[in-house]
Write a new protein. Structure first.
Ligand SMILES: [Zn+2]
Length: 270
């Protein structure tokens, strides 16, 4: 089955996919600095690749179509390093409100927001919640590919347990996909501690921090541990996990109002 890219299809083909109850993958990522060795497109390139591979795998069981990536996200914390375009949350929510409303009006009722940028994780969950309450009869899944694939990714990596900004994992995947855009002449010199604890306060609380407060060069982790073979393994692990998410009937199962009759009349959101 050919890859189902929304942008390549004719309107009547998309109407047929809607009639087939296809899942719409809407990738979202970022355009932001990725250290001295990687281009600013990394997150958008990787979210697109994972989406395409996942759709190809899932499509055998569940019709799936992939929108073009929303290439900017919430990247304020990367602005001090240059090269970064950031949206604010209200704008990202508005973009997805229009995207989900559009696809739903065309008959699609299953949407996966496929996120490829750490700064978007909480925003994507909030977008899924807000739009699920606003728009009836559409199921919206917020998935960050490396979180959905965490248990499959960990055994592949040496320096870190999951994807970190411009480190071993992202550098490996870019070496596999876009080697000409990677400056691998001195990867060892770009190493920084692979640590996200700067985002924590106390035992389990959050505080916002600019990335320039925790890394001198915009990297988290050790890109010298990267190689293309590892990148291919990571892309396969991530797309396997997203495909499994899409083809699992439980992902799309309707909810049931379990309340007693005495509370009937108070709204319940499916
Ligand atoms: Zn990244």
């Amino acid at each position: 089955m050919a890859l189902m890219e929304w942008a390549n299809l004719k309107a009547h083909e998309l109407r047929a996919l809607a009639a087939d109850d296809a899942v719409v993958i809407a990738p979202v990522a970022a355009m932001e600095q990725h250290g001295p060795h990687l281009p600013v497109q990394v997150d958008s390139r990787l979210a697109t690749e994972v989406s395409h591979r996942a759709a190809q795998k899932a499509h055998k069981e569940q019709a799936t179509v992939v929108l073009p990536v929303v290439w900017a996200g919430l990247s304020e914390h990367h602005m001090p390093f240059g090269g970064t375009i950031t949206l604010n949350y209200e704008t990202l929510l508005s973009i997805f409100r229009c995207i989900v409303d559009s696809v739903q009006r065309h008959g699609f009722n299953k949407v996966v927001i496929l996120n490829g940028h750490g700064g978007n994780i909480d925003a994507c969950k909030m977008i899924a919640q807000s739009l699920s309450l606003e728009l009836e009869d559409v199921t919206i899944i917020a998935a960050t590919y490396w979180l959905e694939a965490a248990s499959r990714i960990a055994p592949i990596l040496e320096d870190q347990s999951n994807v970190l900004h411009a480190g071993e994992a992202e550098t490996s995947m870019m070496l596999q996909l876009e080697a000409d855009l990677v400056d691998d002449s001195d990867l060892a010199s770009h190493r920084t501690p692979a640590d996200l604890s700067f985002l924590l306060a106390g035992e389990g609380s959050f505080r916002w921090r600019d990335l320039a407060a925790v890394t001198s060069n915009g990297v988290l982790g050790d890109p010298s541990k990267a190689n293309a073979a590892k990148g291919e393994q990571l892309l396969e692990a991530a797309s396997d996990a997203i495909s499994d998410l899409i083809t699992n009937p439980a992902t799309w199962a309707p909810t049931t109002d379990l309340r007693e009759d005495s509370t009937a009349g108070v709204p319940f959101h499916r």
